[in-house]
Design a protein around this ligand. Structure first.
Ligand code: SF4
Length: 687
C-alpha cells in the first residue's frame, strides 16, 4: 500500500489512514492495514474524508473584524489585548477554550502558555463535554487518569457490556471489532441504554434502563456478584483499599427486584445480565457519553469501576472497564493537562507538582490552582469577569449547553479571538479577531486514541492561503507577550520532545504516564514515528499509581429519581448521528454523508405521539427552560415513553431548526464539571 500514513480526523477510535494526493486539493483515502486501531478498515466518515478537503468555506487570511489583516498585525493585536487585560484585571480575567480536535503539540503550547506564563488555569476544552467524568472517576479509583484497557481486550473477552454507548454509530470500527469477536468466539454482547439504538438492536441482551439509574444497576450487579461468590477477596485484600463501611448494608435495596423496579427493566432480563457477568471472568465494560454526560457522571463511572475492581476483572486479558473517547485527541489533551482541573503530564495542582512543572518550564507565573471548567467559564464570561477569550478549533455557540446563553456571553465579551479552519461559524461571528488555522491533512503532530495508542497525523496537502498550524499561532502570540525563549519552537517535533521530557521529569515511576524514550529521538525519528501504545497493560502487576499502590473502591449512591415536572413532562436526551460529526463543519461538506440523515429529527414514542397529536413526518417544537427549536417528528418504538431524542449537529448555518444546543441546561456533574446533556426537562407540541 502507498500513501502518506496519517490518522482519521474524527473520532477517538483513532483509525490509521493512507492518504494519497491526486491533485492540488484532492486525495484518495484508504484505511491503513498496518495501524493497530483499525487494521485497514474505515467507517463511512473516514472513507469520505476526501470529499471534505477542498477550500469551500475556509478561512484563509487573518481577519480583524470584517477586514483582512496581515499575520503580524493580527498577532500583535491579540498579544497586546491579552497583555493589557492581564495587566489591568489579573491573569484570571482571560481564558482559552480549546478542543479535542487539536493535536497534542497544539494543546501542549496552549496549556504551557496559560498555566506557566500567563499564570491562570483558565484553559478548558470541549473534551470537558465528552469524557471529564471518566477522568475524574479514573483519578478517584486508580490515582491517575489511566484507561486500563486496550482494543485487544475486545478480541479476548467472552462478555462485552456496552453502557450508554451507541458504538455502532459513534465508534464504528470498535463495533466492527466487537462483531468480529462475536463471530469468531461467540462473545456475548449486552447493551445498557435507555434507547434501542442500532447497537442495542443487534445485542444478545438489551436493558433499556430508566435514564440516570446506572448507579443502581451497577450496585445491584455488585450485590449479585457478592452473593454469587464472585467478589475476588484475594484481589481486594492485596490491591484495593476498601473504605470502612463500604459493604455495610450493601445489599439493602439492591436485590434483583428492587433494582429492576428502580431501573424499570424486566427482572428476568436483569437476572440474565447479572448471571452472565458473574459467570464470565473475561468481561469488558465499555462506557461512553451515556454514562459521562450526566449530573451524576463521575459516580456512574465509579460504580462501573467498583464492579471491575471488586471482581478482579481488571489488568488481565479480556477483563477491563473501558472508557472510549469521542474526539480524535481527547486523550492527548488529557496527557498534556489541557483541562482546567489538571496541570500537565497527568499531574494535578498539588504544590510539589506545581513546583516541579514550574522548574521544568522555567515558568515565571505558575498557576497554583484549577481554573474554570467549561460551564463556569462561559458563565463568568457572561458576568463580565472573563474579559478576553481565545477559542481554538471548536464551536461553543453550538455545542455548549444553553448555547443561547453562550452566544449572549460571547457577544458581551470585550475581546474574543477564534482560530479556526472555517471562516464563519456560529462562534466566530462574535470574534474580534479570526485566525486561519491549518486543517486536517495540512499539519503535522500526534494524537492519542481511546486505547492509549499515539499516532502521527501527517500533512499531505500544502498550507492554503495564510493558514498556519495552531501550535505556530499560539507560539507567535506567546513570543509577542514577551516569552521568546520558552516558545522558541520551529517545528512540532521540538514540542513533542519537550512534552515527552516533561512526562518523565522527576518521575520516579509513581506516575504511569511517561514517554522517556521519545524525548531523545531527533526530527527524523518524529517523522518516521510508528503508532505505539504507552503504558503496556496497566495494573497487570496489581499496582496502581496511588501512594500505597492500591486502587480505591469509591462509595457511590443512586441519586433519588425526580418525578417529571408539570410544565416539562418529557425528558430530552441528545446524541450523534452515524454520518455527522460535531457541528458539521467538515462532514457537512460531504454529499455522500448527507444521505444518511438529511435533517434533524426528534424521536418520540408512539404512545406520546398519540397523546400529543404528533404526526410521524410532521413538525414539532421542542422546548425547555433554556430555549426551543423546530424538529421533524419521527415516531419510533425504540424510544422509551416520556423521553425525546434529538441530534447535536445542526446549527444556524445548516438549518432553520434542529438547534439542539439551545435546549440543555447549563448544569454539570459537581465533581467532573461535565454537563448533563442526557436528561433535560422538556415539552413537545405539534406546529
Ligand atoms: Fe474515523 Fe472513527 Fe470512523 Fe475510525 S471509526 S474511520 S477514527 S470516524
Amino acid at each position: 500500500m502507498t500513501g502518506i500514513r496519517t490518522t482519521c480526523a474524527y473520532c477517538g477510535v483513532g483509525c490509521g489512514i493512507l492518504a494519497t494526493p491526486t491533485g492540488a486539493r484532492t486525495a484518495t483515502i484508504a484505511g491503513d492495514p498496518d495501524h493497530p486501531a483499525n487494521r485497514g478498515r474505515l467507517c463511512s466518515k473516514g472513507t469520505h474524508l476526501g470529499e471534505t478537503i477542498g477550500l469551500d468555506q475556509r478561512l484563509l487570511t487573518p481577519m480583524i473584524g470584517r477586514r483582512r489583516a496581515s499575520w503580524d498585525k493580527a498577532l500583535d493585536l491579540v498579544a497586546k489585548r491579552f497583555r493589557d487585560t492581564i495587566a489591568q484585571h489579573g491573569p484570571n480575567s482571560v481564558a482559552f477554550y480549546v478542543s479535542g480536535q487539536l493535536l497534542t503539540e497544539d494543546y501542549y503550547v496552549a496549556n504551557k502558555l496559560m498555566k506557566g506564563f500567563i499564570g491562570s488555569a483558565n484553559i478548558d476544552t470541549n473534551s470537558r463535554l465528552c469524557m471529564s467524568s471518566a477522568v475524574a472517576g479514573h483519578v478517584r479509583a486508580f490515582g491517575e487518569d489511566i484507561v486500563p484497557a486496550r482494543y485487544e481486550d475486545l478480541d479476548a473477552a467472552d462478555l462485552i457490556v456496552l453502557v450508554g454507548s451507541n458504538t455502532a454509530w459513534c465508534h464504528p470500527i470498535v463495533y466492527q471489532r466487537i462483531q468480529a469477536a462475536r463471530a469468531a468466539r461467540g462473545t456475548t454482547l449486552v447493551v445498557i441504554d435507555p434507547r434501542r439504538t442500532e447497537t442495542a438492536d443487534e445485542a444478545d441482551l438489551h436493558l433499556a434502563i430508566r435514564p440516570g439509574t446506572d448507579v443502581a444497576l451497577m450496585h445491584g450487579l455488585l450485590a449479585w456478584a457478592r452473593a454469587a461468590g464472585v467478589v475476588d477477596d484475594a484481589f481486594l485484600a492485596a490491591h484495593v483499599a476498601t473504605p470502612a463501611g463500604f459493604w455495610d448494608g450493601f445489599e439493602e435495596g439492591s436485590d434483583l427486584w428492587s433494582t429492576a423496579r428502580t431501573c424499570d427493566v424486566a427482572p428476568d432480563d436483569l437476572r440474565r445480565f447479572f448471571d452472565l457477568f458473574a459467570a464470565t471472568p473475561r468481561t469488558v465494560t465499555i462506557f461512553s457519553q451515556g454514562v459521562n454526560q450526566s449530573l451524576a457522571g463521575t459516580d456512574q463511572v465509579n460504580a462501573i469501576l467498583n464492579v471491575h475492581l471488586a471482581t478482579g476483572r481488571i489488568g488481565k486479558p479480556g477483563a477491563a472497564p473501558f472508557s472510549i473517547t469521542g474526539q480524535p485527541n481527547a486523550m492527548g489533551g488529557r496527557e498534556v493537562g489541557g483541562l482546567a482541573t489538571t496541570l500537565a503530564a497527568h499531574m494535578d495542582f498539588a504544590p510539589d507538582n506545581v513546583a516541579r512543572v514550574g522548574r521544568f518550564w522555567a515558568a515565571p507565573n505558575m498557576a497554583t490552582r484549577p481554573g474554570l471548567k467549561a460551564i463556569d467559564l462561559f458563565r463568568e464570561l457572561g458576568h463580565g469577569r472573563i474579559k478576553a477569550l481565545w477559542v481554538m478549533a471548536t464551536n461553543p455557540a453550538v455545542s455548549m449547553p444553553d448555547a443561547g446563553g453562550v452566544r449572549e456571553a460571547l457577544a458581551r465579551c470585550p475581546f474574543v479571538v477564534v482560530s479556526d479552519v472555517i471562516a464563519d461559524t456560529d462562534t466566530s461571528v462574535h470574534a474580534h479577531v479570526r485566525l486561519p488555522a491549518a486543517a486536517w491533512g495540512e499539519k503535522d503532530g500526534t494524537v492519542t486514541n481511546s486505547d492509549r495508542t499515539i499516532s502521527r497525523q501527517r500533512a499531505f496537502l500544502p498550507l492554503p492561503g495564510d493558514a498556519r498550524p495552531d501550535w505556530w499561532i499560539v507560539t507567535q502570540v506567546a513570543r509577542r507577550m514577551g516569552w521568546k525563549t520558552a516558545f522558541a519552537y520551529d517545528r512540532p517535533a521540538e514540542i513533542w520532545r519537550e512534552h515527552c521530557r516533561l512526562s518523565a521529569y522527576e518521575n520516579d515511576g509513581s506516575r504511569l504516564f511517561a514517554l522517556p524514550g521519545h524525548a531523545a529521538g531527533g526530527n527524523a525519528a518524529y517523522d518516521a514515528m510508528q503508532p505505539f501504545r504507552w503504558g503496556g497493560t496497566p495494573f497487570a502487576d496489581g499496582r496502581f499509581p496511588t501512594p500505597d499502590g492500591r486502587a480505591r473502591l469509591v462509595p457511590v449512591t443512586q441519586k433519588p429519581l425526580v418525578a417529571p415536572l408539570a410544565e416539562w413532562p418529557m425528558t430530552l436526551n441528545t446524541g450523534r448521528y452515524r454520518d455527522q460529526w460535531h457541528s458539521m463543519t467538515r462532514t457537512g461538506l460531504s454529499p455522500r454523508l448527507a444521505r444518511h440523515r438529511e435533517e434533524p429529527l426528534v424521536e418520540v414514542h408512539p404512545d406520546d405521539a398519540a397523546r400529543l397529536a404528533l404526526q410521524d413526518g410532521g413538525l414539532a417544537r421542542v422546548a425547555t427552560a433554556q430555549g426551543d427549536s423546530l424538529f421533524r417528528v419521527a415516531v419510533v418504538a425504540t424510544q422509551r415513553a416520556g423521553e425525546l431524542f434529538t441530534p447535536i449537529h445542526w446549527t444556524d448555518r445548516t438549518a432553520t431548526g434542529g438547534r439542539t444546543g439551545l435546549l440543555p441546561r447549563p448544569l454539570a456533574d459537581p465533581i467532573s464539571g461535565q454537563p448533563g446533556f442526557k436528561s433535560t426537562p422538556a415539552r413537545i407540541a405539534p406546529v
